[in-house]
Ligand binder design. Sequence first.
Ligand SMILES: Nc1ncnc2c1ncn2[C@@H]1O[C@H](COP(=O)(O)OP(=O)(O)OP(=O)(O)O)[C@@H](O)[C@H]1O
Ligand SMILES: O=P(O)(O)OC[C@H]1O[C@H](OP(=O)(O)OP(=O)(O)O)[C@H](O)[C@@H]1O
Length: 202
Amino acid sequence: MLTIALPKGRIADETLDRFEKAFGEKFVFEDRKLILQKSGFKFLNVRNQDVPTYVMHGAADLGVVGLDVLEEKEYDLIKLLDLKLGKCKVAFGLRAGENLNFDKSKITIATKHEKITKKYFEEKAMAVEIIKLYGSIELAPLVGLCDCIVDIVETGETMKQNGLEVGPTIMQSSAHLIANKNSFYAKKDAIFDLKDRIEKYL
Ligand SMILES: Nc1ncnc2c1ncn2[C@@H]1O[C@H](COP(=O)(O)OP(=O)(O)OP(=O)(O)O)[C@@H](O)[C@H]1O
Ligand SMILES: O=P(O)(O)OC[C@H]1O[C@H](OP(=O)(O)OP(=O)(O)O)[C@H](O)[C@@H]1O
């Protein structure tokens, strides 16, 4: 049995589609159930940012999570495969018509991606103030909470509809299959079989 933590929402749905293609069976979470057990797999329905935690502690053998989440914290786990889904970038959002004013003594940036943002400015040796938010990031510059944001961009539509322009990209992201280190050694054959089958449908 392989236990696999999936992040609620679009990435879980697309991952289960890949499993359907690879194993010829439909995998669907029932109504409010958080566990889906079928054909040797136990899928866990968890919050996006909790996926690496379940895998790192061995509560799940495998997990699927965006590279942006993995970059935000240092996790001691194995990155097995780029699933090439959940593709997006982490980029700046600026009020329309404005540029990033690097001459300002301190830029204030609101983001869910604190560490990625901090690293970006450390490499430029620039002092910035980072305000941690947990959602609706695009709202923050509109009401004067910050000068700009760093957030996920796919089509750019959310920023556009909120009067923001997409600025420089910090990193590209896509969902990755990750593994707990002990599980990787203990269940190597099953994990490689799974990886090979899924890889064929990417
Ligand atoms: N519009 C998008 N297009 C493609 N991938 C996206 C998009 N938005 C987010 N993602 C990817 O999906 C992951 C989950 O996004 P989601 O917005 O559901 O996370 P979240 O709200 O931060 O999760 P949590 O429930 O832990 O707060 C992101 O970390 C990113 O890798
Ligand atoms: O560039 P776009 O195509 O507009 O996509 C970007 C938006 O997608 C994500 O939000 P999501 O749809 O997951 O909503 P939520 O984070 O508010 O749940 C992300 O947080 C951005 O707000």
